[in-house]
Design a protein around this ligand. Structure first.
Ligand code: SAH
Ligand code: SF4
Ligand code: F3S
Length: 438
């Protein structure tokens, strides 16, 4: 049997896509390896969201070519968003033999039949209906406790800075029965947590002659698989997250109390320019709604510093919003212009790099203080944690997440991955709750 090695970059959807790719490759006679040196097929499943993400991949393409030196017939493949964005340009380097876009993974067996270093192959067709709903992902997680399930693909928003709608195509929702079956299947194999994935899960919508299923209804169905199966989801969009979704979370003990709600900016002027289709006030109202129905809800976000024409006042608006909300955690980025996006076509990328970086550093520093405050507010409280495995720092300790997504560490009393434990929080850092048995 031939062996395939895949490195995964970018978002959680890509992690799940690599599992779909492994499953398809298995049918084509490839088993999975984690050793690049023994692989017959070396792949990267890639991300285009910021320029530095792509620069990193170019470095890996060089490394893959080094790794295959002197080993005849070893193939290098690029999958994912960068494959979709750059298409033939990847083949033109002479360093890549196989290019396959996010909706074309089913053609891998056919491409692999035809491919050789003299005959590179490409399929980057986007689809209106591909959801890989019948493919059982070959799980690559290490702990066997927490699994990703894609519930939709693509994105119909056109945030002006974002390349995703171009690399992933139009939004489509996956048939709910296949999602629930996948959740049942992983549960029966010992998994205790599923994360439902989509670029904008709140716009999940599936219809046929008999029924219409929205995201809240899908959550209810997945939550009913078992009270022992935790349900998480990402990513929510502030313009679409409905009261019904928040109420559904509040009503189900096993739907985790965590919402990732990317704000991007605290300035309504910037949000309009970003085409996010909500205002600062709208965002803050959604936060109040969440906090009123789920007081302990973990809330995390994404922030972009230095978008086109951002003034010092716009930046201060972002800081004041972050101060006001008090996010548990944030992913924070300097704006990176992406070719082909509305912003690249219409607005100059005019915030100087040193200003962008200074603003980003101020955002990071503020979030560091806020994270510590948020984590400290849990000291003395009880948390219910799903054990994932040994802690990275200390093998005598175990780690796992609380419902609100905070990472917890605690002394092992022989619990196994997949067990639930009741803990008391004794101390914290800005990213970990330090706990012990109650
Ligand atoms: N679908 C999700 C996020 C997708 S991309 C959403 O709508 O929120 C993940 C994050 O990358 C975004 O939330 C944004 O903060 C960041 N991002 C996207 N494009 C970017 C760009 N051109 N420059 C910098 N950050 C970007
Ligand atoms: Fe990109 Fe906006 Fe779609 Fe998120 S919602 S993937 S930021 S276009
Ligand atoms: Fe990156 Fe594509 Fe995800 S651009 S963030 S891998 S959808």
């Amino acid at each position: 049997m031939k062996k395939a090695y895949i490195e995964t970059y970018g978002c959680q959807m890509n992690v799940n896509d690599s599992e779909v790719i492994f499953s398809i490759l298995k049918e084509a006679g490839y088993s999975r390896t984690e050793e690049i040196s023994e692989a017959d097929l070396i792949m990267a499943n890639t991300c285009s969201v910021r320029d530095n993400a792509e620069q990193r991949i170019w470095g890996r393409i060089e490394a893959f070519n080094q790794a295959r030196k002197g080993r005849r017939g070893v193939l290098v493949g690029i999958a994912g968003c960068m494959a979709e964005r750059l298409k033939d340009k990847l083949l033109e380097t002479g360093k890549v033999d196989l290019v396959v876009g996010p909706d074309a993974y089913r053609s891998l067996p056919r491409l692999l039949e035809a491919v050789s270093p003299d005959s590179p192959q490409i399929d980057v067709l986007l689809s209106r209906d591909e959801t890989y709903s019948d493919i059982k992902p070959l799980r690559t997680d290490r702990n066997g406790v927490s699994a990703f399930i894609s519930i939709m693909r693509g994105c119909n928003n056109v945030c002006s800075y974002c390349v995703v709608p171009y690399t992933r195509g139009a939004e489509r929702s996956r048939e709910p029965g296949s999602i629930v079956r996948e959740a049942c299947d992983v549960f029966s194999r010992g998994y205790r947590e599923v994360t439902l994935l989509g670029q904008n899960v709140d716009s999940y919508l599936w219809k046929n002659e008999r029924e219409t299923v929205n995201f809240a209804e899908l959550l209810r169905r997945v939550a009913s698989v078992s009270p022992l199966l935790r349900v998480r989801f990402a990513t929510s969009h502030p313009k679409d997250i409905s009261d019904e979704v928040i109420e559904t979370m509040a009503a189900h003990e096993n739907i985790c109390k965590h919402i990732h709600l990317p704000v991007q900016s605290g300035s309504t002027r910037m949000l309009e320019k970003m085409r996010r289709r909500y205002s600062r006030e709208w965002y803050l109202e959604r936060i109040s709604k969440i906090r009123s129905l789920i007081p302990d809800c973990g809330i995390t976000t994404d922030v972009i510093a230095g978008f086109c024409s951002e003034t010092e006042q716009d930046h201060l608006d972002t800081l004041s919003l972050m101060e006001e909300v008090g996010f548990d955690w944030a992913f924070m980025f300097a704006y990176s212009e992406r070719p082909g996006t509305l912003a690249a076509k219409q607005y100059p990328d005019d915030v100087p790099p040193e200003v962008k970086n200074r603003r980003l550093n101020e955002i990071i520093a503020l979030q560091g203080r806020k994270s510590l405050e948020r984590y400290r507010s849990w000291v003395g409280k009880r948390v219910r944690v799903l054990v994932e495995g040994p802690s990275k720092r200390n093998p005598d300790e175990l780690c796992g997440r609380a419902s609100n997504n905070m990472m917890c560490v605690f002394p092992s009393a022989g619990q196994k991955p997949g067990d639930y434990v009741e803990l008391i929080v004794n101390d914290c850092t800005s990213a970990t709750l330090i706990c012990s048995a109650v």
